[in-house]
Every structure is written in C-alpha cells, then in structure tokens.
Design a protein around this ligand. Structure first.
Ligand SMILES: [Zn+2]
Ligand SMILES: [Zn+2]
Length: 287
C-alpha cells in the first residue's frame, strides 16, 4: 500500500500529530518540531520516543517527515542567520533520529540575486557539516523550490549538484509538485509547448539520476500558472496543474515507495484534510 498523508499540527505533541494524521485518513505524516516561525525549540528529551512509536504503531502511521522552519537560509550573507539556521537544522536532524523519523525537508534558502554558482560552495559546506554531524538515522532532504531565480533548488540540477558533491547516505531530496510546476517543469508526459525548460519533471529527474535519492513528494496543486515562479499551494484538483498530468506523475513506478504528503490549504483553510486525502487516493488509483 502506498503512503499518503498530510502535514499536520504537532501542537500538544507528536502523538497528537499522529492522531490528526490518521484522523484525516493518512498513513504517513509531516510535522514541524516546533513553531515554524520562531527559532526556539523544546528540549529533545521532551519528546518521548517510546510513546511516539507506540502511537505510530497503533494508528498505522508509516513515515514521519519533519519540515524545517521557514526562517532557515543557508545562502545568507548574514553570519548570524547562518548560525541560527545551522542550530535549527542540527536540532531537526537530531529530532528526526530521536523519533525514528524519515527525514527533514529543508528549504535551503535564497541567494537574493548573487547567483547559484557564487553561493553553491558555501551552501555545500554548510550541508556537509550538518550531515557529517547528524546522528545515524537522520536524513537531510533538500526541497526543490518554486522560483528558478534566487531560491536554491528552483533548478533540479542544483539539487543534483549538492547531492553529488556531498555524497552522503544522510542526504536526499523532496519533490514538491507545485514548486516544480511553477518553476517550469511539466508534470505530464511531455513539456507544454513553448516551455522555457527542455524537459518535464520526470525526464529531468531521469536525466539527472535523481530517482534513488528522492525520499518524499509534496503533493500540492498550484494557484499560479505554469512557469510563474510563484509558490501558493491549492487544494488538489482546484488549482492550475492539469489533473491528468498530476495523475501521470504520481503513478510513475519510481514513486511507489515514496511517501506522498499534502501541504494544501484544505477545504476549510485548516490544512490538509480528509477531502484532499480522498482526492489523492483517487489519483493514485487507490480508492
Ligand atoms: Zn513543499
Ligand atoms: Zn511551497
């Protein structure tokens, strides 16, 4: 059975997040280890790994993905922001190992126009340090970004460069369907006519040899058009990604064992819900 779930609130603890994830019909979840908008984190010992494991088994939850906080930027020119980002990510990697999780998804950051080539060595060095110092069982997952200009990972070859250079079993990546679509990678069988990029998402992942390190897919529809570079998620089927293209991508055999995680607004604007899980299950031919 495929893993399908949503990003859920971890208010009150990871056990409650697991319950929320199961409640909407998921068999995997994504959480924040604390508030995504503040740097402070609780003590790791506040998370009871045994209770989390018991709840996970009781509710039939497979993967638990952690999403790093939004403030992180590993390409910043501000040393204080780099230090804070490193501390936060080091915590999330320890958290991931502590709860026997399945990886920490990271928006690597933005170089604000300096250019990818100018900043990539710095970024590589920081990720290298993090994975070298991360405990066994932790995984750092680079997420592809919406905008090809400024945000790292807008081009999949940037993700590939970091993965190849660092070459660690503790490093992989996460593919977000909304980000790829607005970055200009078609999700269907062929690139839309007039596309700025030559290859579809699947063709580019093939071309770059990135299937083996792909550990998570964020399934989000897009409020903005193909190639727009914007990042506003929409409920499945209500956005601008052609449903047949989404269906094609999600049913690629390479994704069979990769957890599919919704980060959609939800019909009530309360986050991923049962309705979106049902739509996703229909798309992957698991009613
Ligand atoms: Zn995402
Ligand atoms: Zn996004």
């Amino acid at each position: 059975m495929r893993e399908v779930g949503g990003h859920v609130s971890a208010a009150g603890g990871i056990e409650l997040a697991i319950e929320r994830g199961a409640e909407i019909g998921g068999n995997c979840v994504q959480v924040f280890s604390g508030s995504p908008r503040v740097w402070a984190r609780p003590e790791l010992s506040r998370f009871d790994a045994k209770k989390i494991a018991a709840k996970r088994a009781e509710k039939g939850i497979g993967s638990i993905i952690t999403h790093s906080l939004y403030l992180v930027n590993l390409a910043s020119e501000n040393p204080e922001l780099i230090t804070k980002s490193m501390t936060a990510l080091a915590f999330d990697l320890k958290f991931d190992a502590h709860i026997s999780g399945n990886g920490v998804v990271v928006h690597v950051g933005s170089h604000k126009g300096a250019g990818w080539v100018a900043c990539r060595e710095e970024v590589r060095k920081h990720i290298q340090t993090l994975v070298d110092e991360a405990p066994e069982g932790a995984t750092f997952l680079i997420e592809n970004a919406a905008s090809p200009n400024g945000k790292i990972g807008g081009k999949l070859e940037e993700v590939q460069w970091l993965i190849n250079e660092i070459d660690s079993p503790k490093l992989g990546w996460c593919f977000d369907t909304c980000h790829a679509f607005t970055a200009g990678y078609g999700l269907g069988k062929s690139q839309p006519a007039g596309s700025a990029l030559p290859r579809t998402a699947a063709e580019e992942i093939d071309h770059l040899g990135l299937w083996a390190t792909l550990k998570c897919v964020h399934v989000n529809d897009s409020r903005d058009p193909f190639g727009s570079g914007r990042d506003r998620h929409e409920n499945l089927g209500n956005g601008l990604i052609p449903p047949e293209d989404m269906e094609y991508f999600l049913n690629l055999p390479q994704l069979e064992h990769v957890p599919l995680i919704l980060e959609v607004p939800g019909l009530e604007q309360l986050g991923p819900d049962a309705a979106n899980i049902t739509r996703l299950k229909k798309l992957i031919h698991e009613a």
